[in-house]
Design a protein around this ligand. Sequence first.
Ligand code: NAP
Length: 269
Amino acid sequence: MQRINQIINIVSNDKPVSKETARILRHKLIKNDFIVSEKFEPNANLIICIGGDGSFLRTLHKYNFPDIPVIGINTGHLGFFQDIAPHELDEFIFRYKKGDYVIDHIHPLEGLICTRNSCIEVLGINEIVIKGLKSTTIHLNLFLDQSFLEKFSGDGLLISTPTGSTAYNYSLRGSIVDPRLNLLQITPIAPINTVAYRSFTSSIIVPNYSTIKIHPEYTYENSVLIVTDGTEYKYNGIVEVLVKLSELKIKLLRFKEYSFWNKVKEKFL
Ligand code: NAP
């Protein structure tokens, strides 16, 4: 099927190689009868994000998780989200015009950070981290679906989506999760497990419909840091953090031969 006059948003980071890739891509898309928007167009048909995974994550946050399919061109280091290489632009355009792709849906995490006065909502594609603001031990009461599970002591807790399982979660010895599984992973960051403090030392895997509630111990209310996909949120008097999977969908455009496990092998082994 010929797809012309579609509007494309190109979002690039500031690296010279990304800017140059954006320039070449723009030229090629226009030659193929696509409209490349000057500014971010909320009604566009596609977002092409140029950079690494960091740029990919920042783009979706910056434009508030738009309901537009997104694909990435990797000019970064790892490029776990970024499926196209800069030398594959012609092939990408050819296959996109033919409709030779699928759209995968992923859900971000939704965190509700509540202080004594108000609640603030944050979203995380990879993860939401609750950790100490300083280098001291933090004590967090962890509840699963209203039921108390543990008093965690250590550096913090990370809650990861299957998509984020290959990111910070993996460095913390969390498991790599096949994205076809609907679950959340709670991974401890440097847990203390001694006669003084008892914390689980491995990840905990819970179903996608779980609600995870974290109450910092009273004396730590002013020393909690929340980090979602690398962005920090600091608030005084945090009494509760609620985390669950959002109903929001991120649409990832992928070629039909995409295989998560091939990507894992390619990037990690
Ligand atoms: P960043 O420099 O943008 O990213 C750190 C590394 O994580 C980069 O190599 C990045 O790939 C890679 N990455 C991001 N998402 C990934 C995913 N889903 N699967 C595999 N690798 C992924 O760091 P940032 O701005 O602080 O935070 C962005 C993300 O980095 C966070 O969401 C977190 O998961 C991860 N992070 C990891 C660690 C760690 O492993 N110790 C610490 C902090 C943050 P590119 O090279 O392509 O950008």
